[in-house]
Design a protein around this ligand. Structure first.
Ligand SMILES: [Zn+2]
Length: 276
C-alpha cells in the first residue's frame, strides 16, 4: 500500500519529542509522500525537513505581510509592493528548491470571527492577494475554509485560477455539501478528505455523502496532523501512519478495496503537485 498524505503540519511542536523517529517509520507504514504545510515563521525549518527526508514536500505561504491592522483601503499600494517582493523572493526559492510544490494553506475562516460585511471584505482581500501570488508563482493552491464554504466557493469561481494539467489545487479538509464538491470538481479542483470521515460528528456531517459522490479520480487524502485523528484514536495526536484508517473508511463507503483507494489518491496527488 502506498499512501500520499496531501496535507500535514510536522513542524508543530507536538512532534518535537519524536519527529525523527516518526519519519523513520513512515515507509514501514506505507507512507510514500507527505506535503508539509509551512508559513513564513517556519519556512526555514520546513526547507530543512524536506531536505532531510526525501518523501517530504512543501506547500508554502508568506503570511509575513499580514499586518493585523493593515488598512486595506489606504495601504493597498504598500501591500502590493510587499506582495511583489514576496513573490520575487519565493520565485527564487522555488527555482532552487524543487520540493516546493504548492502554495497554502490559505482561504477564509469564520470559526472565531463572525462573517460581518467588514470581516468578509477583509478576508476576501487577503484571499485574493494570496491567489494572485500563487498565480504568479505558478503553484497549485491548498485552500482552507473554516465555516466559510459559500464565500470561498464564490471567490474561487470568480478567481478562475490556472489549471496545471491535473487540477488548480485542492480544497483542504473539505466539509461542504456533496453538490458543491461536484461543482468544485467541474471548476478543476480536487477534494481532500481527512480523518473526520471516520468521526460521524456534526462537523463532518456531509463527508460520508461527499465521499460516496466524489469519484476517486477527483479525491486526495490528508491527515492535517497533528489534528483530526481518525477513530479509534480520536483523542490522540494524529500522524501520517494513521492515514490507513481514513483510506479504509473511504474504501468501505466506495465499496472498493483500500489498496485501490490508496493507489488512485496517490496518483492524483502526484499529478496535482507534479511529482515525478
Ligand atoms: Zn492544515
Amino acid at each position: 500500500m502506498k499512501y500520499f498524505d496531501a496535507h500535514a503540519h510536522y513542524l508543530d511542536r507536538k512532534f518535537n519529542r519524536d519527529r525523527h523517529e516518526l519519519m523513520l517509520d513512515m515507509h514501514k507504514n506505507g507512507v510514500e509522500y507527505i506535503i508539509n504545510s509551512t508559513n513564513s515563521k517556519d519556512l526555514e525549518r520546513g526547507l530543512q525537513l524536506a531536505k532531510r527526508y526525501d518523501f517530504v514536500y512543501l506547500s508554502i505561504l508568506d503570511d509575513g505581510y499580514y499586518k493585523e491592522n493593515a488598512d486595506i483601503d489606504k495601504e493597498e499600494a504598500r501591500i502590493d509592493e510587499l506582495l511583489e517582493k514576496s513573490v520575487a523572493r519565493f520565485k527564487k526559492l522555488c527555482a532552487q528548491n524543487k520540493k516546493i510544490v504548492a502554495m497554502g494553506e490559505f482561504g477564509m475562516d469564520f470559526r472565531r470571527t463572525r462573517p460581518t460585511p467588514e470581516e468578509v471584505r477583509k478576508q476576501s482581500f487577503w484571499f485574493k492577494k494570496d491567489l494572485e501570488a500563487s498565480r504568479q508563482l505558478g503553484l497549485p493552491v491548498v485552500i482552507h475554509s473554516g465555516d466559510a464554504c459559500n464565500y470561498v466557493f464564490n471567490l474561487l469561481q470568480e478567481a478562475d485560477m490556472p489549471d496545471y494539467g491535473h487540477g488548480k489545487g485542492m480544497i483542504h479538509c473539505y466539509l461542504g455539501s456533496p453538490e458543491m464538491a461536484m461543482d468544485y470538481i467541474k471548476m478543476g479542483y480536487i477534494i481532500s478528505v481527512t480523518g473526520l470521515v471516520t468521526h460521524r460528528s456534526p462537523r463532518g456531517k456531509n463527508l460520508v455523502e461527499v465521499v460516496k459522490r466524489v469519484p476517486l479520480e477527483s479525491m486526495v487524502i490528508e491527515t492535517d496532523c497533528p489534528y483530526l485523528t481518525p477513530v479509534p484514536f480520536r483523542d490522540k495526536r494524529n500522524d501520517s501512519g494513521l492515514l490507513r484508517l481514513t483510506v479504509e473508511e473511504i474504501a468501505k463507503l466506495k465499496k472498493t478495496s483500500a489498496k485501490e483507494v490508496a493507489r488512485i489518491t496517490t496518483a492524483n496527488a502526484k499529478a496535482l503537485f507534479r511529482i515525478i
